[in-house]
Design a protein around this ligand. Structure first.
Ligand SMILES: NC(=O)C1=CN([C@@H]2O[C@H](COP(=O)(O)OP(=O)(O)OC[C@H]3O[C@@H](n4cnc5c(N)ncnc54)[C@H](OP(=O)(O)O)[C@@H]3O)[C@@H](O)[C@H]2O)C=CC1
Ligand SMILES: O=C(O)C1=N[C@H](C(=O)O)C[C@H](O)C1
Length: 273
C-alpha cells in the first residue's frame, strides 16, 4: 500500500480550516497530521474532528508549528496574508510544499511567494473550485473573441466577514481577461466609479463588490456590447468545493515533487485523489 500524504492545516479553526479538516479526513490518499491555530488560542488540545463536526480524529489543535516540522509533507494555508508569509518562511526553512488559498496579498507578498518557489513547490490559487477554473479558461476565449468590442464588468458577492475586496478570484478573472486582450490590468481596472463624472471609457474593466449575509462566493463577468450582452456566472454553494480542490492540489503537488509556483489550472487533469 502506498503511504498517505501527510497534511498540516494552518488556520484550522477558520471557515476554510474546518472544511479542510473534513476534506482531508475523507481522502483515501491524504492523512491529517496537524491542525494549527493561532498562538495561545483557547482551542488548543481540542480534537479538530470534534470541532469540525465529524467526530474524533485523534488530532488536536496546536499552536506549535516547530514541533511538527518533521511530521508533515504539505501545508495547506487559508489564513491571512500576514500569517501566510510567516508560514511560507517556515516551509522554506524546512523544505515543505505549500498550498496557498489566502487572498488579498499586496505586490510584496506576491513577490515573496515567487521567491519562495525557487526553494519549494507551491500551488497558489485565489480559487480552488473546479467551476471557477473552468470559467477562467472560458473567459480567456471569450475575451479574445468579443472583449475588444464589449464593456467588461466583473461583479462579485461574498459573506459579510470577508476582509479583502475585490475578491482574489475577481482579480484573477480581470488578469486573465486583460492578458487575453494584450492589456495590463493595473492600467485598465476601475474599482471606484464615483471618482469619474464621465461616460464609460472604452476598454476599461470595471469591478463591483457586494458583501452581504452568508454568501459563500459568487462571480459574474458581463461582456456588454451593442444590441447584445453575454454573461458568465459561477456560484459556490458550499466551501467544501474549495477544500476538496485544495486537497486535490496537495496530492498533485506531492506526486509532482517539484519546486515552482503552480495554479489550479495545472491540477485540473489530475484525478488520483
Ligand atoms: N482560494 C480559495 O479557493 C479560497 C480562499 N479563501 C481565502 O482564505 C482566507 C481565509 O478565509 P476564511 O477561512 O473564510 O477566513 P477565517 O477568518 O474564517 O479563517 C482564517 C483562519 O486563519 C487564522 N489566522 C488569521 N491570521 C492569523 C495569524 N496572523 N496567525 C495565526 N492564525 C491566523 C484565523 O485564526 P483566528 O480565528 O484565531 O483569527 C482563522 O482560523 C481568506 O484570504 C479567503 O479569501 C477562502 C475561500 C476559498
Ligand atoms: O473569502 C472567501 O470566502 C473567498 N475568497 C476567495 C476569493 O477572494 O476569491 C475565493 C472564494 O470566492 C471565497
Amino acid at each position: 500500500m502506498t503511504k498517505k500524504v501527510r497534511m498540516a492545516i494552518v488556520g484550522a479553526s477558520g471557515r476554510m480550516g474546518l472544511q479542510l479538516i473534513q476534506a482531508v479526513h475523507q481522502s483515501q490518499t491524504a492523512r491529517l497530521v496537524a491542525a494549527l491555530v493561532r498562538k495561545k488560542s483557547p482551542l488548543i488540545n481540542t480534537d479538530a474532528g470534534e470541532f469540525a463536526g465529524i467526530g474524533s480524529i485523534k488530532v488536536v489543535f496546536s499552536d506549535d508549528l516547530e514541533a511538527i516540522s518533521d511530521a508533515f509533507d504539505i501545508m495547506i494555508d487559508f489564513t491571512s496574508p500576514q500569517a501566510t508569509l510567516s508560514h511560507l518562511a517556515f516551509c522554506c526553512k524546512h523544505q515543505k510544499s505549500m498550498i496557498i488559498g489566502t487572498t488579498g496579498f499586496d505586490e510584496f507578498g506576491k513577490e515573496e511567494i515567487k521567491k519562495a518557489a525557487k526553494k519549494i513547490g507551491i500551488v497558489f490559487s485565489a480559487n480552488f473550485s473546479i467551476g471557477v477554473n473552468l470559467m477562467l479558461q472560458l473567459l480567456e476565449k471569450t475575451a479574445a473573441m468579443i472583449g475588444d468590442h464589449s464593456d467588461i464588468e466583473i461583479i462579485e458577492a461574498h459573506h459579510r466577514y470577508k476582509k479583502d475586496a475585490p475578491s482574489g478570484t475577481a482579480l484573477a478573472m480581470g488578469e486573465k481577461i486583460a492578458k487575453a486582450l494584450g492589456k495590463d490590468l493595473q492600467k485598465e481596472a476601475i474599482f471606484d466609479l464615483t471618482a469619474s463624472l464621465n461616460e464609460r471609457a472604452l476598454g476599461k474593466i470595471h469591478f463591483s463588490t457586494i458583501r452581504a449575509g452568508d454568501i459563500v462566493g459568487e462571480h459574474t463577468v458581463l461582456f456588454a456590447g451593442v444590441g447584445e450582452s453575454f454573461e458568465m456566472t459561477h456560484k459556490a454553494t458550499s466551501r467544501i468545493n474549495f477544500a476538496n480542490g485544495a486537497v486535490r492540489a496537495a496530492l498533485w503537488l506531492a506526486k509532482k515533487n517539484q519546486k515552482g509556483v503552480f495554479d489550479m489550472n495545472d491540477v485540473l487533469d489530475f484525478n488520483e485523489f
